[in-house]
Design a protein around this ligand. Structure first.
Ligand code: GUN
Length: 321
């Protein structure tokens, strides 16, 4: 058996088209959602991500601006910048790209972002909304994981879901979304005993560890849905061979670039799982698409604040408030 490949690029394109339609509709009433991205210093990976975020905004018709304080920026400089963005009416979403330089108090900066403009969903207010099933802004990658499951027709209710990784950005919010979706959720981490055995219980296995190819075939129940959130650069020959020996396309790319992008899931899992997300082209593209969706959602929520109710609801992903 070989697993069904869940095409994140295709789903992301669908979501961008939906967001573009929503932006067009808002334009008819004179509203243009606006996103401010803050990139401190010159982290190469962050620069690539931010470029993608700005390009995608343009594509769907969202106004965007990029702020690039120098590496030497202080916590106070960033607090001042965020306070200014909080005040500006035309800015609906504020995203502070992580990681911040080590001399900056990142938690303090993130706490200063207006929760109504927190399109990353990192503010404790939004974390609380998510855990108490109130409408709010949900972190983009976890929201993308749920969209993949939904758009692929993978049931969540009553299913055994195992999340490997407990980061504030991915593991914890994914676990919360799966729980809100009525899955039975187990969260694993580096201290978990018998990790492979726990993972084999999963109908839905989410790998968000940050170690290339760690989830091998013996971690996966036959027919399970496997969502790979890993984004790891493989740069050494032994590691390349462990993951991609005999893969001609990968070999060419590796020879040309000296590196290749690998997920947390070993390619051999494709012969055990029922469905699997590829890397690249799985969860990654959804992250930016959900940022666009979150920006539109923030724009709508801020304008509808007065008739916005706080009933428990399932509208924590997607475009609508
Ligand atoms: N750095 C890596 N992932 C993310 C993310 O989702 N949001 C932000 N702001 N920074 C990141």
């Amino acid at each position: 058996m070989t697993a069904r490949i869940l095409d994140g690029s295709k789903m992301a394109a669908e979501i961008r088209a939906e967001v573009a339609a929503a932006v067009k509709e808002m334009a008819a009433s004179g509203v243009r959602p606006g996103l401010a991205v803050v990139l401190v210093g010159h982290n190469p990976a962050s620069e690539v991500y931010v470029r993608g975020k700005v390009r995608s905004s343009e594509e769907v018709g969202i106004y965007s601006e990029k702020h690039t304080p120098p590496e030497s920026a202080t916590t106070q400089d960033l607090l001042d910048l965020v306070a200014d963005l909080n005040r500006r009416e035309e800015i609906d979403g504020i995203l502070v790209q992580l990681p911040l330089p080590s001399h900056v108090d990142a938690k303090k900066v993130l706490l200063t972002v207006d929760p109504a403009k927190d399109v990353d969903g990192f503010h404790p207010m939004n974390v609380g909304y998510l855990s108490t099933q109130r409408p709010g802004l949900v972190p983009c990658t976890p929201a993308g994981v749920m969209e993949i499951l939904k758009r692929s027709g993978v049931p969540v209710t009553g299913q055994e879901a195992v999340v490997v990784g407990r980061s504030d950005i991915v593991g914890k919010p994914v676990a919360m979304l799966l729980l809100n979706g009525n899955a039975t959720v187990t969260v694993c981490h580096s201290k978990t005993r018998d990790l492979a055995e726990v993972c084999r219980r999963a109908d839905i296995l989410v790998a968000a560890i940050g170690r290339a190819g760690m989830i091998t075939g013996d971690y996966v129940k036959s027919g399970a849905t496997v969502i790979d959130v890993g984004m790891n650069q493989v740069t050494t020959r032994p590691e390349f061979d462990r993951l991609f020996a005999g893969n001609k396309k990968r070999e060419e790319a590796f020879q040309a670039k000296g590196s290749t992008l690998a997920g947390d899931v070993h390619p051999e899992v494709a012969s055990v799982a029922g469905a699997i997300t590829p890397v690249p082209g799985g969860v990654g593209p959804l992250t930016i698409a959900m940022l666009m969706a979150n920006t539109v959602k923030a724009a709508k929520m801020r304008r509808a604040a007065s008739n916005f109710d706080l009933r428990a609801s399932s509208n924590q992903v997607g475009v609508g408030p």
